[in-house]
Write a protein that binds this ligand. Structure first.
Ligand SMILES: [Zn+2]
Length: 248
């Protein structure tokens, strides 16, 4: 979806601003910082001290990565390997002194050299990936057995309620906290599935399967059930990865 400069900059105080790419504005803050903003997220903040802070706003998508790479200081880049982003300094092929850090939101390129605030190491992320898989497996099993209730007021409030920008309460602030809690409790939140298919849509056949699974209607999905499960798996997995600091 395309946004105008006015939409992107709503509520933001600045000295000057200009469109620099699709849905991307460069603006200057009163404190002198220069900012690259994609949609409603300040993805790069060039501070007066010379440090550069990176933030995907929890959306480690291809677009965010491309935009960061376009505007990062020379020699720096973001690359992706097996669901994980890395911030790197130096050319991929030719620089023997090339260094890289596991990306996480808030990671900062220091004017003194190097980076601070790097993410968890590979092993921890692999563990997280496994937990996502286990949760999604359990979710689909309960769902397809028609054991889950329809989304409603009894759901986790962080999954259920939204602010005026359609952000769930869970997506404001620390996005991962309630989700890790659901993993632990094996709490399969119906609203979480709704949020996932809103952000990462599924086909109409799958929507109909979901309606059947939630007992909204009694028309069985039959041979479409496997397609439905596959699409739900994909959507849920990507939704959760995005909230647990992984590219998706
Ligand atoms: Zn929740």
């Amino acid at each position: 979806m395309k946004q105008t400069k006015r939409e992107i900059m709503a509520g933001v105080e600045c000295v000057s601003s200009k469109i620099v790419d699709n849905n991307t504005v460069e603006y200057k803050r009163i404190d002198g910082a220069r900012v690259i903003r994609l949609y409603r997220t300040d993805i790069l903040v060039f501070k007066p001290s010379g440090d550069v802070a990176l933030n995907s706003g929890g959306r480690q998508t291809v677009t965010t990565k491309e935009r960061m790479n376009k505007f990062l200081p020379k020699g720096w880049g973001i690359y992706q390997e097996k669901n994980v982003w890395y911030l790197s300094k130096g050319e991929y092929w030719s620089d023997p002194d090339r260094k890289s850090w596991v990306y996480q939101d808030g990671i900062t390129i220091l004017s003194a050299g190097g980076a601070s605030g790097a993410g968890k190491d590979r092993k921890k992320l692999d563990k997280r990936l496994k937990r996502i898989k286990a949760y999604v497996d359990g979710f689909i099993k309960k769902l397809a057995a028609r054991e889950l209730e329809q989304p409603g007021d009894g759901d986790c409030w962080y999954c259920l309620f939204e602010d005026k920008y359609d952000r769930t309460w869970g997506d404001i602030g620390d996005r991962s906290h309630h989700i890790l809690g659901h993993f632990k409790d094996k709490y399969y939140v119906p609203s979480l599935l709704m949020n996932a298919i809103k952000e990462l849509p599924v086909s109409r056949i799958t929507e109909s399967c979901i309606g059947y699974w939630f007992k909204r209607h009694d028309q069985t999905c039959r041979s479409f059930e496997n397609i439905g499960k596959k699409q739900v798996r994909k959507s849920l997995t990507r939704y959760l990865k995005r909230r647990l600091g992984m590219a998706a």
